[in-house]
Design a protein around this ligand. Sequence first.
Ligand code: AMP
Length: 558
Amino acid sequence: MLRAARSASQWSSVALTGLMQDDFQLTLAQVLRRARTFPEAGGIVTLTEDGPERASFVEVAARVDRLARVLATLGVQRGERVATFAWNSQRHFECYLAIPCVGAVLHTVNIRLFSEQIAYVLNHAEDRLVFVDDSLVPLLAQIAPDLSHVEHFIVMGDGPTDGLPNALRYEDLLEAAHDGPYEYPLLDEREAASLCYTSGTTGDPKGVLYSHRSTTLHALAILGADLVGLRSADRALIVVPMFHVNAWGLPFGAALTSATLVLPGRFIQAEPLARLIESERCTVMAAVPTIYMDLLRYADEHKPPLSTLKMAVCGGAAMPISLARAFEERHGVNLVHGWGMTETSPVLAMSSPSTELDDETRWQLRAKQGRPAPLVDLRLVGEDGKEVPWDGSTSGEVEVRGPWVASGYYKEADSSDNFDDGWLRTGDIANVDQLGYVQITDRSKDLIKSGGEWISSVALENELMGHEAVREAAVIAVPDERWGERPLACVVLADGGKVSGEDLREYLCSRVAKWWLPERFMFVDALPKTSVGKFDKKALRARLADGTLGEIAGRSAL
Ligand code: AMP
């Protein structure tokens, strides 16, 4: 009798709804609420020309309210995009909360893009306002006439505003806005909170549109001990730019847990960073490998005390294990390898192997990109479209899905090339070992990552092939000690064409950003092609590796 009753309820098809407050929206309003809750905990330190400036989160939250009022006065509507063009600072953080909390979309623009791309993303996003650091005004002034939607530039700082039409001053606006709590709209957690563009392999940059829900869940996740493990006692030096994937979500995570944010402004050279670590007793740091390489060189020479740092997140590009060893052995700093993408908010995996493991095994695992974060589903897909096993040697393209993974690109009707049955194709080729550690071995996307920033090989090829002496050009990444990767241009000359690498660099100078210019050129008779006639970069890389491609001409390093 009893058995029969049990099996009937087991097979009942009526779902039982949980009795929890599931209508509680996961929005950045919760982050703002936390920021103003604990008067004694956390805050922001910003390095400026005049030294560090400090504010508690309670003070910051009051300024966020004023900024919200300014946005309303300027007529910013729900869902409208508002851009920032700025270094890491308290004011930038205020934009991080005020813009999404009034229901608008924070669009963080990468200041390292070259002017045409900056104009492209501002026009594509249809930004109505741009918040800009005074030190960056000249950069923006160059393209101001090309911006079709911008109504006002709001300058953060006291420097000149020359060249910016309708410029307003951030501090003047805040001062004029009256004090007191602002009535924020009730937002749905699925509404867009922020927007960040990433380099497309071909064509223009593509927008990743984060929701309040994805951002809040991601911020919560990185507080986990196997990821960044931020706590209220931490003082986190955020060198990764706030224009790059919300500075890896760390500003939101810090506000959520009342940790202190230490923001270096535009002073991201090794010396000011080392001084900040010492004077602010930073316990956590986040930066790309190139920053750590500079810091290591400086630290080896000047021996600043860095050992307050218990966790230094190193991501955005592969972390050389020699770098982590040097930091640990010579300076007592624990570098932790992280991997992610703009499309994934960004954290996908971090490598924090158990301290119980023997030293050698730990180092091997620390060199890998790490185990997938909680709530991130990950699979490897082989060239035949079939899933490959996690055996530590078979590689495939990594595909991911999860609550902070993009499902498409902003204003792009068809993103299907980047997705596979609901999974995001990362373009990273990896194997996964039996413990679940991902090791990236290659990249299928046609891009070069130099110092943590992208160079489009396709854009370089197109420019090179515009030169009359060049018939064909294929650009591939080659390893570089300082920058991680640099472009190598393989060039087939046109009949009778005569040109040197130096000539081509000069030719490219006015066409691409300076840091894109290849230092290395190789003149070849022919380029390998795929069956459909595209440059076969895989074959090109293999021929480069086995020495059958030829001699590289040009400087060996920057
Ligand atoms: P982005 O969207 O600019 O953040 O670039 C994301 C891409 O950078 C990834 O898909 C990888 O190709 C590369 N990347 C990021 N972190 C790492 C890492 N730890 N190791 C190797 N490649 C990385």
